[in-house]
Design a protein around this ligand. Structure first.
Ligand code: NAG
Length: 188
C-alpha cells in the first residue's frame, strides 16, 4: 500500500512548543490557525501553515521515490514528551534514520515526530485536503544533514523537511472484540 505523503518545506511551528510550553498558539479562538501568521510570519504566504490542499489546484509532478534509510534498525534511546501540545517522540541513538530522494536535495536526518489530533474523530489533523480534516496527522521532522542540527537548519529555507501522514479510523474485529484503530490513509 502506498502511503499518502506530502511535504511541508515551511519553517514549521514545532519549534514553538519547546520554547513556550504550549501557550501561544492553538486551534481555535484568537490563537487559532488564522492568527498564526501574526506571531510567526513564516506561517503567511507561500510557506503558510496549516495547508489546505485543493486537489483541483495542485500541480501533478513525477518525482523519484523517497528512500527511507535506517528505519528498520532497532532503537534503544527514545524520548517521549508531553510538551503541552502533543506527544513528541525523539530518537537519540546513532546513526539517525534519514530520508533522501523525492524532491529533496541531499539527505535529511530524522529529528522528531509528533501527532496532531482532535477532541473527537471528526477533526484533528493540522492540514486538510479539500477542506476535509482527518482524525489524526503524524509529522515526521527531518533536518538537512549539512546543517548538523535543527537549531541551525531552521535558519535556512531548505533546512527542514516535514513528512505528514493523515490517519483514518478503522474498525477491526480481533478475537471477537471491536477495535478502533488509527491507520495511515492509503492510496488505492
Ligand atoms: C467534535 O468536536 C467539534 C469541536 O469541538 C464539535 O464541533 C463537533 O460537534 C464534535 N462532533 C462530535 C460528533 O462529537
Amino acid at each position: 500500500m502506498k502511503i499518502m505523503v506530502f511535504m511541508l518545506f515551511a519553517l514549521a511551528l514545532m519549534q514553538a512548543p519547546r520554547i513556550t510550553y504550549g501557550e501561544d498558539f492553538g486551534y481555535d479562538g484568537n490563537t487559532g490557525p488564522t492568527f498564526w501568521s501574526e506571531r510567526y510570519r513564516e506561517c503567511a504566504g507561500k510557506h503558510q501553515s496549516p495547508i489546505n490542499i485543493n486537489v483541483l489546484h495542485v500541480k501533478q509532478v513525477t518525482l523519484p521515490d523517497i528512500t527511507f534509510i535506517g528505519f528498520d534498525d532497532s532503537i534503544d534511546n527514545v524520548h517521549v514528551t508531553n510538551n503541552g501540545h502533543t506527544v513528541l517522540i525523539e530518537v537519540r541513538n546513532e546513526p539517525h534514520p534519514r530520508v533522501r530522494g523525492g524532491p529533496l536535495e541531499g539527505d535529511y536526518v530524522f529529528s522528531q515526530m509528533h501527532f496532531h489530533w482532535g477532541d473527537n474523530d471528526t477533526f484533528g489533523s493540522e492540514d486538510k485536503i479539500n477542506h476535509r480534516s482527518f482524525p489524526m496527522e503524524l509529522h515526521m521532522v527531518f533536518f538537512k544533514e549539512e546543517y548538523k542540527s535543527v537549531s541551525e537548519a531552521v535558519k535556512h529555507q531548505d533546512g527542514l523537511t516535514v513528512l505528514a501522514f493523515f490517519y483514518e479510523v478503522n474498525v477491526l474485529l480481533f478475537e471477537n472484540r471491536l477495535l478502533f484503530i488509527y491507520v495511515p490513509l492509503g492510496l488505492p
